[in-house]
Design a protein around this ligand. Structure first.
Ligand code: PLP
Length: 351
C-alpha cells in the first residue's frame, strides 16, 4: 500500500477520521503555559459550563478517555452487583466493551432484549422485568439506550418519552450511550434536553471522539445524586486525566457556535446521499432505515470483495455481504459519489 492509499478517506468508521479543525485549534490554545492538573483548570470548567448550556440544566459533568469507560463507569454508578442492566442485544455495552460494564459494576448482569432496527421498546422492557420478581433473579435496575443506535437508526422523542415512562414505572434508571448523540440531535432537529432529561434520561455518555475530538467523552449526570463519588470511580479506573485540559479543550471548540451539530449534520447528509445512491442499484439491499451517519447495505459477495480490491475499506458486521458505511465530519460528497459509482459499476458487471 502506498502513502496515498494509507491516507485515503474511508467509510469504515467515524473514528478513522482525524481531529476537526475547531478541536485542534482549541487544543493549541489550551497548550499555552501552565494549568492545574486533574480538572482544576479553566478549560474543564468552560467545557462543563458549555455542556450545561447545551442541555439547559445544571447537570454534573465528567470527562473520561473513551466511550467504554464512560458507559461502564456510569452504569456501575447506577447499580449494585446484584442488579441487572437491560439493553438491546447488539448494544455496544454488550458486544463491544469486553465485559467492562460487568467488570466495573462488580458483576451486574446485562440482560438482553431484541427489537427492530437496533431499538428496544417499552413492552420488551416490561416483559423482561416482570419475567421474574423473586430473589433469585438479578434485580433489574437500569436500562441502557443507544442514541443514535448501533445500526444508524434514531429514537424519536415520542419513543424516548414512552421508554422513560416505562422505566420510571418499573423503578429503572435510564442510561444513554450517546457515542453518536450529536448525529441523533442533528437528525431529529430537537433541543438536546428534549431527548435526554426531559424524556427521563438520568445519565448520558456524550461522545466527542466520533464527532471530531482526538479523545475524551463526557459523562453527563442529569440526576446529580447519581454522580455521588463518581470522581473516585473515575480515578480508581484510571480515567482521571492528569492533564485534563486536553480532554476538555476540544469540547470547547466543538460546542462553540454549534460546531458539533454542523459536523454531525454534514455526516448525516452524506450518509443520506450514500443511501439515495445505493438504493437505486438493483443488487444492493439497504438493511436499515438511514437516519444518522451510516448506511448498512448488502452487496453481492463478489462486489464487496472487488470494492476491497479497489482500495475501499469497510466492515461487514451483519451476515455475509452486509456492510457498514460510516460517514465522518470530514467525508466529502466526492468520496460518496466515487464509492457509489464503484458499486454501480461492479454490480453491473457481476453475476
Ligand atoms: C464508538 C462507540 C462507543 C465508544 O467506544 P470507545 O472505543 O470505547 O470510545 C460506545 N458506544 C457506541 C455505540 C459506539 O459506537
Amino acid at each position: 500500500m502506498n502513502a496515498i492509499e494509507l491516507n485515503k478517506r474511508q467509510f469504515a468508521s467515524d473514528n478513522n477520521s482525524g481531529i476537526c479543525p475547531e478541536a485542534w485549534e482549541a487544543l493549541a490554545e489550551a497548550n499555552q503555559g501552565h494549568a492545574r492538573g486533574y480538572g482544576d483548570d479553566r478549560w474543564t470548567e468552560k467545557a462543563a459550563d458549555l455542556i450545561r448550556e447545551v442541555f439547559e440544566t445544571d447537570c454534573e459533568v465528567f470527562f473520561v478517555f473513551n466511550g467504554t469507560a464512560a458507559n461502564s463507569l456510569s452504569l456501575a454508578s447506577l447499580c449494585q452487583s446484584y442488579h441487572s442492566i437491560l439493553c438491546h442485544e447488539i448494544a455496544h455495552v454488550e458486544t463491544d466493551e469486553c465485559g467492562a460494564p460487568e467488570f466495573f459494576s462488580n458483576g451486574t448482569k446485562v440482560l438482553l432484549l431484541s427489537g427492530e432496527n437496533g431499538k428496544i421498546d417499552p413492552a420488551s422492557i416490561e416483559r423482561m422485568v416482570k419475567r421474574r420478581t423473586d430473589i433469585h433473579y438479578p434485580k433489574p435496575r437500569a436500562v441502557s439506550l443507544t442514541q443514535a443506535t448501533e445500526v444508524g437508526t434514531v429514537y424519536a422523542p415520542q419513543e424516548l418519552n414512552a421508554l422513560g415512562e416505562t422505566a420510571k414505572k418499573l423503578g429503572l434508571r435510564v442510561h444513554m450511550d450517546g457515542a453518536r448523540f450529536a448525529n441523533a440531535v442533528a437528525s431529529l432537529d430537537v433541543s438536546p434536553s428534549e431527548i435526554t432529561w426531559k424524556a427521563g434520561v438520568d445519565v448520558l455518555c456524550f461522545g466527542g471522539t466520533k464527532n471530531g475530538t482526538h479523545v475524551g467523552d463526557a459523562v453527563v449526570f442529569f440526576d446529580r445524586q447519581l454522580a455521588h463519588e463518581f470522581d473516585y470511580r473515575c480515578k480508581q479506573a484510571g480515567q482521571l486525566a492528569s492533564k485534563m485540559r486536553f480532554l476538555a479543550a476540544p469540547w470547547v471548540g466543538l460546542l462553540k457556535d454549534g460546531v458539533w451539530l454542523k459536523h454531525a449534520g454534514r455526516a448525516n447528509a452524506l450518509a443520506h446521499l450514500m443511501n439515495e445512491g445505493l438504493k437505486e442499484i438493483a443488487n444492493v439491499k439497504i438493511l436499515f432505515p438511514q437516519q444518522a451517519n451510516s448506511v448498512f447495505a448488502e452487496f453481492p459477495e463478489e462486489v464487496a470483495e472487488k470494492l476491497r480490491e479497489r482500495g475501499w475499506f469497510f466492515y461487514s458486521f451483519i451476515g455475509r455481504g452486509g456492510c457498514r458505511l460510516m460517514c465522518s465530519w470530514d467525508t466529502t460528497e466526492e468520496d460518496v459519489n466515487q464509492f457509489v459509482s464503484d458499486v454501480k459499476e461492479l454490480c453491473a458487471t457481476s453475476g
